[in-house]
Design a protein. Structure first.
Length: 450
């Protein structure tokens, strides 16, 4: 079988490299696919769009063309991203539908730009993407960056390179976008060279905190603007007076197993009121027991495998917590497949409480009331993407809403289902993102004082 070789695309032209890397996909094992890293890439200085209004009209037309291509290639695309991520096709289908919705609302991005300012492009923008959720994150970021007039360079994870390649290749077929969209498949060394040579005016990274720290230092040394979108460590509080526990349990399980738990805004821990703790845990167990752990290609599969290279850390965090916890339910690891598990009443010293595990593992802690939950959050959570409150008590809701340091509070809402253009939140060690934030950060403000 002839291997598929993905190459760098600059202005719609393929640029071959010198290094091939064989990809081992998490669910299906060794693949015949290779990626070929480009070397000695030459990037042109930023060229401003002459007529931004006309360009946006062409961008809306391009979005319509892309929607049609996504529909035509849907089955192949979904199978490919499921193959690369190990995450069930069910979730990628939902991401594809959400991408459609975003493209339908593309003209609404104008309303998100700050009033009383002229919004100008950053210039050449480098998007360094993580391996998870390739469909929705790539689509939203590319079109948000283009909408404000930037030239976009997409650098995907080498573990999940295919969707970015498809997207840029399709957009590069459109004359008005050919010079505006580029697919940059470079290794760390070449990417670093391009940043240090000031090929980019703005770099945004969706990698791990460790990777983003290195990039941040490099960009600072090179005087290149940098934005870090890091992981979250989202928690929830379930009060004694709340929605039916079966409903709340369903929401929590859907959150922490989606994409095998490898999402920034998945719920990692729950603090449950002592009066209903046992009943709530039983609902969680029943819901988890109904999930299908199977090939990610099967439409009813809900658990596949972790992205290659991530299972060792997840296993270490979960194993340490399991040895200290009062009880552990359903914890098992086989290769890259991690079964959905509950760490019940974890020891406060467990690293899993303060670190993002990025696996379908949820800890559940018994607390006497919301004040204990608030105190525990302040003591142990150094992130701040979002926090979920399930309660009918307005005093409890108000005290947690006021006291929790986070970018978003979900009150009796599904934590993974905010509106596409809603602020997704983030403070402290977490990212800040979402289209509402990104479209503004991807542009420069100019205030004209008359």
């Amino acid at each position: 079988m002839t291997p598929t070789v993905l190459t760098t695309l600059l202005a719609g032209r393929a640029m071959l490299g010198a290094v091939r890397k064989k990809i081992v996909y998490p669910y299906s094992g060794p693949s015949s696919r290779f990626v070929e890293y480009a070397r000695n890439v030459s990037i042109n200085p930023f060229n401003r769009v002459n007529d931004l209004a006309a360009f946006r009209s062409e961008l809306l037309a391009a979005a319509s063309v892309l929607r049609a291509r996504l529909d035509a290639e849907k089955n192949t695309l979904l199978r490919t991203v499921a193959h690369e991520t190990g995450s069930p096709i069910f979730y990628h289908l939902e991401d594809l539908k959400a991408s459609h919705m975003f493209l339908d609302k593309l003209s609404s991005l104008r309303k998100l730009l700050p009033k009383k300012y002229i919004s100008e492009p950053k210039g050449n923008v480098l998007l360094i993407l993580s391996a998870n959720e390739p469909v929705i994150v790539t689509t939203i970021l590319v079109f948000s960056a283009l909408f404000v007039g930037n030239t976009v360079f997409v650098k995907p994870s080498a573990k999940t390179p295919s969707y970015g390649y498809f997207l840029i290749k399709e957009l590069a077929k459109i004359p008005s976008l050919k010079q505006r969209v580029h697919y940059l498949l470079t290794d760390k060394k070449e990417t670093g060279r391009l940043i240090r040579s000031k090929s980019f005016d703005f770099v945004i990274s969706f990698g791990s905190r460790a990777t983003s720290k290195k990039l941040g230092v490099m960009c600072a040394d090179s005087e290149v603007e940098f934005l870090q979108e890091s992981e979250g460590n989202d928690w929830a509080y379930v009060d004694k007076e709340c929605e039916p526990l079966e409903k709340v349990g369903k929401i929590i399980v859907e959150s922490f197993v989606r994409h095998n738990g490898q999402m920034c805004n998945a719920v990692r821990g729950v603090m449950a009121h002592s009066s209903m703790y046992d009943e709530f845990v039983e609902h969680l167990e029943n819901r988890i027991s109904s999930l299908s752990i199977a090939s990610p290609y099967l439409p009813d599969s809900r658990i596949g495998a972790l992205i290659v290279g991530t299972s060792a850390r997840a296993n270490a965090l979960a194993s340490e917590a399991a040895t200290k916890a009062g009880n552990v339910w359903n914890f098992s690891v086989k290769n890259n497949v991690v079964a959905p598990a509950l760490i019940l009443n974890p020891d406060e010293s467990s690293s899993i409480i303060s670190e993002s595990i990025f696996a379908p593992i949820l800890w559940v802690k018994k607390v006497e009331n919301h004040l204990e939950a608030l105190s525990f959050y302040h003591k142990k959570n150094k992130h701040g993407l979002s926090f979920s409150v399930f309660s009918r008590d307005e005093e409890v809701i108000n005290e947690l809403t006021t006291g929790i340091q986070t970018g978003r509070i979900n009150i009796n809402k599904h934590p993974l289902k905010p509106g596409l253009l809603d602020p997704l939140g983030g403070v402290r060690l977490s990212g800040y993102g979402g289209p509402r934030y990104w479209v503004e950060k991807l542009s420069n403000r100019k205030y004209v004082n008359r």
